[in-house]
Design a protein around this ligand. Structure first.
Ligand code: ADP
Ligand code: ZN
Length: 543
């Protein structure tokens, strides 16, 4: 005789085949589906492309009643409803794009139990007339099988797409207080930091939720960081010419237009995408990319959420992403079909300055946090991204660590695992820098890295003369190293805890406890040198 579990597994497998045409569950899917069918509250965190949708769509078909799916974007709803329709699954959405006649026809069909899934934006679900009207009637008949909250990280200010309305979804609990069978809430997201997770459970009032966290590893993605140089555009063009659909992410609209124009001039079929384009153009460009009319889309981060293009072969970041999580999500739009794909991040020191400038310039917070706290968070996030870009460690291991996952092995599919990075012993330079900071401290002074580097490189700037810093014994002892090299050293020392940064209204350097070990020669300092900058003279020499 077959055990109950085994029988259910077979039933589920059959349903999977029958409705979706798949032979096997992806890792993690089956466990989520089972807990969903058991009527429990659920929090499922799965990486982009992991197959989240199926985890609520299959239970929606197997449970009696209507499933309500809360979705943040109209485009996302339309896309899912269309895909379900193609599979012969009765799903619909209600949103402001519908005529009154269409909306009331759909409402009537919903009440007759003709649909299995209803997609809604949170705003609509929370409207009093909707709650007390259609929703209340649906809850009685045909009944609501579950409330699925897709992109559930939107409840959290700590996530990257905070949506205030998502916070009120918990209040629906009272709405359904008089419905005989408890309606479970299922939260799905690809964002898994512990803080966001906690927020989701609290805000959606998940009770005794079964929590599923799938691995965030995307084994088919290759990750690399390349120095930003004069050749960066040429490298990008080469990537595009190798073929395959690609996304180029840039920080600003201006840069998007500039790169898109260059690629077009080089005969690449390209479309730009950013919030400065009108809605029609944006939609057209997105569709051209999805249909492969445009091979490459050059975009700001405005592009991507809910775009279901499985065969993106490469994602290039022309500018530094703002957060690790953003990077993971954006790069993760490559290879959703499981085929090998590449994620290349171009990184230059100028990116750090630009990012810092943009953070400093903010006058209004984008979240509910006070401005100052938001800026501090943004700087901390920037530091994480810079750490990633500068690290010699496995890129995959760093990314996964960010999501609380331990990845031990050499991944074999990132630049750091495949290429050996050359480190150099810069203990002497480190001692020079640290003793300069120490000398200043003896005089009761503290300065930021730019000033300290100026002293080491023997700058003639007036501010040094005024302060008598030309008299310091460390003045001019570091002329042999470039500004880039000194900056890299400062960051390396900060990362390794051999130097500290604190605030005197602006960031200033101070010795760390471990600095002494370097000064005393008890500890050496290894640095991955920055790429050599091409000087105008070098470029001329080549021509
Ligand atoms: P996400 O988790 O990003 O929402 P989707 O639900 O859109 O991911 O799924 C990503 C892709 O994987 C889709 O094309 C989907 O059809 C496919 N997929 C999902 N589950 C399976 C499965 N068990 N077997 C094969 N393909 C699957
Ligand atoms: Zn690796």
């Amino acid at each position: 005789m077959m055990g109950h579990d085994k029988a259910q597994a077979l039933d589920l497998r059959e349903a999977l085949k029958r409705w979706f045409g798949f032979d096997h569950f992806r890792p993690g899917q089956e466990a989520v589906v089972r807990d969903a069918l058991a009527g429990r509250d659920l929090l499922a965190i799965m990486p982009t492309g992991g197959g989240k949708s199926l985890c609520f769509q299959l239970p929606a078909l197997l449970k009696p009643g209507l499933m309500i799916v809360v979705s943040p974007l109209i485009a996302l709803m339309q896309d899912q409803v269309r895909l379900l329709g193609e599979m012969g699954i009765a799903a619909t959405f209600l949103n402001s794009s519908l005529s009154a006649a269409e909306a009331s026809a759909r409402s009537a069909a919903l009440l007759r139990g003709e649909y299995r899934l209803l997609y809604l934006a949170p705003e609509r679900l929370l409207l009093p007339e909707f709650r007390d009207g259609l929703l209340a009637r649906l809850a009685q008949d045909p009944g609501i099988s579950a409330i699925t909250v897709d992109e559930a990280h939107c409840v959290s200010e700590w996530g990257h797409d905070f949506r205030p309305e998502y916070r009120q979804l918990g209040s629906l609990r009272e709405q359904f207080a008089d419905v005989p069978a408890r309606i479970p809430f299922w939260a799905f997201t690809a964002t898994a930091t512990a803080r966001v997770r906690g927020d989701i459970v609290a805000q959606l009032r998940l009770q005794d939720a079964s929590v599923h966290i799938a691995s965030f590893n995307r084994p088919n993605l290759y990750y690399a960081v390349r120095p930003k140089t004069q050749q960066t555009y040429a490298q990008l063009l080469a990537l595009a010419r190798e073929g395959g659909a690609g996304i180029v992410y840039c920080l600003s609209r201006k840069r998007v237009d500039e790169i898109a124009a260059k690629l077009a001039a080089d005969d690449v079929r390209v479309a730009p995408y950013h919030a400065g384009l009108d809605a029609d153009t944006r939609r057209d460009n997105q569709e051209r990319f999805i249909r492969d009319d445009a091979q490459v889309i050059v975009a700001t981060v405005a592009f991507g959420m809910g775009i279901n293009k499985p065969d993106v072969r490469w994602v290039a970041h022309y500018d530094l992403p703002r957060t690790m999580e953003g990077y993971y999500q954006e790069a993760g739009r490559a290879g959703r079909d499981g085929e090998a794909s590449r994620c290349i991040l171009f990184f230059g020191l100028g990116d750090i300055r630009t990012a810092e400038f943009l953070i400093g310039q903010k006058t209004h917070p984008e979240t509910n946090l006070p401005l100052e706290q938001e800026q501090r968070l943004a700087r901390q996030q920037l530091r994480q991204v810079v750490d990633y870009a500068e690290s010699g460690e496995c890129r995959r291991a760093i990314q996964l660590r960010y999501f609380g996952e331990v990845f031990e092995d050499n991944c074999g599919a990132c630049d750091n695992c495949l290429e050996t990075k050359v480190t150099e012993d810069w203990t002497l330079e480190a001692q020079q820098l640290l003793s300069c900071v120490a000398r200043l401290a003896q005089r009761g002074e503290r300065f930021g890295s730019a000033h300290v580097i100026d002293i080491l490189r023997g700058s003639e700037a007036q501010k040094l003369i005024d302060r008598g810093h030309q008299q310091l014994s460390t003045y001019g002892i570091g002329k042999a190293r470039s500004l880039d090299e000194w900056r890299t050293l400062v960051r390396t020392l900060l990362h390794q805890g051999l130097l500290d940064e604190t605030s005197d209204g602006y960031p200033v350097l101070k010795l760390a406890a471990a600095s002494r070990e370097v000064l005393k020669g008890e500890r050496s300092v290894l640095v991955v040198p920055p790429p050599k900058r091409e000087t105008a003279a070098m470029r001329k020499a080549k021509k």
